[in-house]
Design a binder for this molecule. Sequence first.
Ligand code: THU
Length: 157
Amino acid sequence: MDSTTKNSREELVALALKVSKNAVAQHSNFHVGAALETTQGEVFTGCNVESDSYGLTICAERVALTKALSEGEREFTRIAIIGIQCDENGNPITEDDEWYCGEPNQTGLGPCGACRQLLWDHCRDIEVIGATPEGEVGNVWQLAELLPDAFNYEKKT
Ligand code: THU
């Protein structure tokens, strides 16, 4: 933990895991939770919300981010993300080697491309904590690593 972060990575993963249980994932049964920390140490959480018109689905990261932004928050330190493949009853599938996220050797869920851009737009180069489905801290990245040469739309000073 550095001086600008008030919650440990493990605490953020625990909050992401907790909110993932609220996932509205009737199509994929992939339960995602995200916990976004502000510079003040407040944490905004979100889960994925799927639509019957599939393309309208909203990722957990974007739910957490828009909740925070709409409460007036503008400065962020890190986000933790967890994804758990469940069966149709919402129970985690533990013995399933057909599903993985990211690279085969990657531990921890990374955000999708659209979320990387939106996080970059509003949080810039925050830490991204990918959690394993078991709720452990996995890969830890800086967002700039996940979105190199990002699109910036800024007025020159
Ligand atoms: N999903 C997220 O919420 N975040 C990600 O980073 C990856 C994908 C959701 C969208 C959809 O509800 C389900 O996971 C399967 O793609």
